[in-house]
Design a protein around this ligand. Structure first.
Ligand SMILES: Nc1ncnc2c1ncn2[C@@H]1O[C@H](COP(=O)(O)OP(=O)(O)OP(=O)(O)O)[C@@H](O)[C@H]1O
Length: 235
């Protein structure tokens, strides 16, 4: 593991609102690695994502990005897709903001990424509300990737989807990870999903990392009582 290229290093991160909510968080994400992050509501997952994105206001410690900053995928893509813009426009926007890419090339990139995420080109002329939940999540994955970012923070990306669609989106995320050598910080409360998706896992409780290891280590030989409890609840 140690000779692999590092994508992100989080070193000694503390975060505060009225009180401290993150305590001395340390971990590394490597190239083409899917790191799971699990923990109950309020344990600090969102605060940690914000710190990584550079949006944490009262944060101490070091966040070292070895590549571009991550793109986010959320639980509810509907909330993050502009409701009055067509999908083609939404996907083209990051390329426009980047600048210097001619229109025909931008359109080609949109059609290309739609194909990569398993959507028909016709989707480009639709509005977000005309798509299913699974299709919308595919669009938000496409938006995250279109600018060439290879690091994604996926915050409960399949939690709002029904089981069949959930499986399809997980399969897509794994396929894209392989194809583009992506790294994910994959946040989920669902240990089954984590088990299927991730290489390694971090367990957080009340703002602290209480366990870290490979999926096999953590699922077969959990060290921390809290992790054991989570795994028991799952069975
Ligand atoms: N803007 C804020 N002001 C004050 N306290 C906050 C703020 N945002 C979060 N907190 C507190 O910080 C702690 C961590 O919250 P955070 O949202 O990071 O947890 P989380 O693990 O993402 O929870 P969830 O799974 O419910 O999204 C909680 O105690 C929360 O109440």
């Amino acid at each position: 593991m140690s000779d692999r290229k590092k994508i992100l290093e989080v070193r000694g991160v503390n975060a505060y609102y009225e009180k401290q909510v993150l305590y001395d968080i340390n971990f590394t994400i490597y190239e083409n690695e899917i790191l799971g992050l699990v923990g109950e509501s309020g344990c600090g997952k969102t605060t940690l994502s914000k710190a990584i994105l550079g949006l944490g206001e009262h944060t101490q410690g070091e966040i070292i990005h070895h590549t571009s900053r991550p793109q986010m995928i959320f639980q509810d893509p509907y909330a993050s897709l502009n409701p009055v813009k067509k999908i083609g426009w939404i996907l083209e926007e990051p390329l426009k903001l980047k600048g210097g890419i001619p229109k025909t090339q931008r359109r080609e990139a949109v059609m290309d990424i739609l194909k990569k995420v398993g959507l028909d080109e016709k989707i480009a002329s639709r509005l977000p509300r005309e798509l299913s939940g699974g299709q919308r999540q595919r669009v938000s994955i496409a938006t995250a990737l279109i600018n060439g970012s290879r690091f994604i923070i996926a915050d409960e990306p399949v939690s709002a989807l029904d089981v069949t669609v959930q499986a399809q989106i997980m399969e897509l995320l794994l396929k894209l990870a392989d194809e583009f050598q992506l790294s994910y910080l994959f946040i989920s409360h669902d240990l089954n999903v984590i088990y299927q998706m991730c290489d390694r896992l971090i367990v957080m409780k009340e703002g602290r990392i209480v366990e870290e290891g490979s999926i096999a280590q953590v699922f077969n030989k959990p060290q921390n009582p809290y992790t054991k409890q989570l795994l028991e609840l799952e069975n």
